[in-house]
Structures are given as C-alpha cells and as structure tokens.
Design a protein around this ligand. Structure first.
Ligand SMILES: [Mg+2]
Ligand SMILES: [Zn+2]
Length: 187
C-alpha cells in the first residue's frame, strides 16, 4: 500500500533563512545551520502518525556559482543525521536550466513518490514560498504555506496557511485524522 508522506521545504521551514536583498538566502556553511524552533518535535509527530518525511529543496546558488554543491550536501547530510527524515531531494539548477526538478515543477515530489511508493493524493507539503505550494498542486498534493514577508501567497492557492511548522503540522494531523474518520464512517 502506498505510504502517506509530508513533503517539507528546507530553508525557512526546517532551518533559518537569512533576509538579504529583498529575499532570503540559505545557510552557506554548517556554522550557519540553525534549526527553527519546534522542528524536531514536529517531525517526530509526523513520524509517530505514520507519515514519511521527505525534504524537497531548491538550491540554485550552486548553479549561480554562489555556493558549492559540496557545501550544500554537507548541510543536507547534517540535517538528515540530526532529524527524523525519510529522504532529501535537492535541485541544484536555476530557472534557465529548464530542469524538471526546480519547484514550482513537481519533479522532486514525483521522483520521491516513485522511490518510496508515496500516496500523492493523500500527501501534504509544508513550504514557505508560493513555488512550494505550486509544486504540491502540480503533484496533486495539498500545500500548507508558512506565511513570511517573502512567501508571495497571491501567486499560489494554499490549502492552509500557518505561522510556523508546529501550526502547519497541527493542521496536517487534524486534516488527516478527519479523513481517516470519514473513511471509517463510509464503510
Ligand atoms: Mg523555503
Ligand atoms: Zn533541477
């Protein structure tokens, strides 16, 4: 049976992103990697509820020459070691590369679904940008937007908006539980 999953954006959802020039930038080094409050507990709640936890992250600074792929991979490896994550998919391209993986395209979600036998219609994504929510919609998943000054909510249609990962997971678990109850009642 296909498994339930919550996809998670990385920067601004799991770890702190740094405001710079009207947008945000990711941590450049392991020293800058700082988990946001409530992240380990939120992921543990998803694990306990039977959801796979899969990170899907755009890292265009590699294509832009602002960061090395090795530096990004070191940060990703540390996050996977410290947090209860199932897997992590990263796109190292920029828009001009026209790849299939850079969000708002759904390529990373579809690759994860094929690898882990994920139930996309039952899936959720938690992200902090319109492109995260748009990628979720393109893959047939529900999208939860963590609203920040950089989210551009007018460019997407989130199923829910939350202040942080704790509130986002509250909604995901409440919604999934209501669906499970509905299925039981329909039998
Ligand atoms: Mg982000
Ligand atoms: Zn890509």
């Amino acid at each position: 049976m296909a498994q339930r999953v919550v996809f998670l954006d990385r920067d601004g959802v799991l770890n702190r992103a740094f405001p710079e020039g009207g947008t945000t930038r990711p941590p450049m080094t392991l020293d800058e990697l700082e988990l946001l409050p409530g992240v380990p507990a939120a992921l543990e709640r998803l694990r306990a509820a039977g959801f796979a936890r899969v990170v899907v992250t755009n890292q265009p600074d590699v294509a832009r020459g602002k960061q090395t792929r090795a530096a990004v991979e070191a940060i990703n490896a540390k996050m996977c070691a410290e947090l209860p994550l199932t897997d992590l998919f990263a796109c190292y391209h920029d828009t001009a590369d026209r790849c299939d993986c850079r969000k708002p395209k759904p390529g990373m979600l579809l690759a994860a679904a094929a690898k882990w036998d994920l139930d996309l219609p039952a899936a959720f994504l938690i992200g902090d940008r319109w492109s995260d929510v748009a990628a979720a919609a393109a893959a047939g998943c529900r999208g939860v937007l963590i609203d920040t000054p950089f989210s551009s909510p007018e460019r997407c249609s989130p199923d829910h908006t939350a202040a942080d990962i704790t509130a986002a997971v509250d909604w995901v678990l409440k919604t999934a539980a209501a669906e499970a109850t509905g299925r039981t009642a329909a039998r």
